[in-house]
Design a protein around this ligand. Sequence first.
Ligand code: ZN
Length: 151
Amino acid sequence: MKSQKAQKVVNVIARYFMKRNGHVVYAVRSSNGVDTYCTTIINGKATGCTCPATKPCYHMIQLEAKEAARKDLVAAESELVAEAKKTAYLNCYDDMAAAKVASIEAVREQTREEHEQEDRAYRMAQIEQAMASRKVDGLGYRHEWYPRTSL
Ligand SMILES: [Zn+2]
């Protein structure tokens, strides 16, 4: 059979975190629903309670457990935050990598094939230009080769 103590559930009014020293003070409603007690938790250990019950009282026992669970939750949360940060960082890194690949592609030296192809195209263009500018008569002779004379 469960004891009377175990059946009581601590009724938290407020939780105060003392930034100055990291201590936690819980304001709790007494089981009679009238009085207010303060339970102090230092470094995760319940060190005292203002209620008149024999120590450790159920406030101390339950709040110490509650605080431990809270710490686990905070740890899990910060782990999630760290994970999210890592993911964000990796995504960022990937974006950078993509940009890097693009810039590398932009400045990448031509391959031999590309160089030859371009060279060939350049020479073809030169030949085409020369053919286009060349004045060739019906017999295939250039006029400038046989300048007209007054004779
Ligand atoms: Zn107490």
